[in-house]
Write a protein that binds this ligand. Structure first.
Ligand SMILES: Nc1ncnc2c1ncn2[C@@H]1O[C@H](COP(=O)(O)OP(=O)(O)O)[C@@H](O)[C@H]1O
Ligand SMILES: [Mg+2]
Length: 208
């Protein structure tokens, strides 16, 4: 089982939205996916409540020992991917979520404030020597900023591809308890999320 952790201290950067959408896209690509919500705000718990589909599996996690136990159980149950959503704070639980990750994904909107705000998260990831990539999220559809932001992130480390644009499908799908690839499979948001899952899946197959 591979573990993917969404982490950044900046709230509203798209962690929960990406976790839900990629969980669905990974299922559609044939993975057995379990979502673990480590954030007390419960964005994913409410999304799961609105969902009619039985999958992905879902649970909330409140402590480091609970996290280790849950991952061991999921691996035994032959889940192939665990996706962890974390709170936008620095805490021992978030550090544990970084520690257990095969890949940490750091979402950031392409604004100077959001990019600056990734610095403490990056330091925490580098301290554990985990692999990581940035994901540009909520990118304005037409803006020169994306190019600048992408170039900046490529210099700092790895940038996952493609950037995820700001699109209504993301908000509408989440409100409907779906991923964008279920809500509007032919839309651009769905296409971007499927491609991003493809990028992540390739990364997970590579040796660290
Ligand atoms: N690509 C996107 N396009 C439009 N809205 C988005 C997109 N990604 C996230 N959002 C919205 O932005 C808000 C914050 O996203 P969220 O995933 O909750 O961030 P975080 O979990 O990092 O705090 C939510 O209202 C979400 O629906
Ligand atoms: Mg969240």
């Amino acid at each position: 089982m591979k573990t993917v952790t969404f982490v950044t201290q900046k709230g509203g950067s798209g962690k929960s939205s990406l976790a839900a959408n990629l969980a669905v896209a990974a299922e559609q690509a044939g993975e057995r996916v379990f979502l673990l919500d480590l954030d007390r705000q419960g964005t994913l718990a409410r999304w799961i409540d609105r969902r009619t589909a039985e999958t992905p599996g879902f649970d909330t996690i409140a402590s480091e020992s609970q996290l280790d136990a849950a991952l061991a159980t999921l691996a035994q149950q032959h889940f192939t991917v665990a996706i962890l959503d974390t709170a936008g704070t620095d805490s021992p639980l978030v550090t544990a979520a970084i520690r257990v990750a095969d890949l940490c994904l750091v979402p950031a909107r392409p604004t100077p404030a959001d990019l600056e705000a990734t610095q403490p998260t990056l330091s925490a990831i580098q301290a554990t020597r985990r692999r990581f990539a940035f994901v540009l999220s909520q990118a304005p559809v037409r803006s020169g900023r994306l190019g600048e932001a992408a170039a900046g992130l490529r210099m700092l480390g790895v940038l996952a591809e493609p950037p995820i644009a700001q699109r209504n499908d993301h908000q509408d799908a989440l409100g409907a308890g779906q991923g964008v690839t279920e809500f509007n499979p032919g839309g651009k948001a769905a296409e971007e999320i499927r491609s991003l899952w493809g990028w992540i899946a390739t990364k997970l197959k590579q040796k660290a």
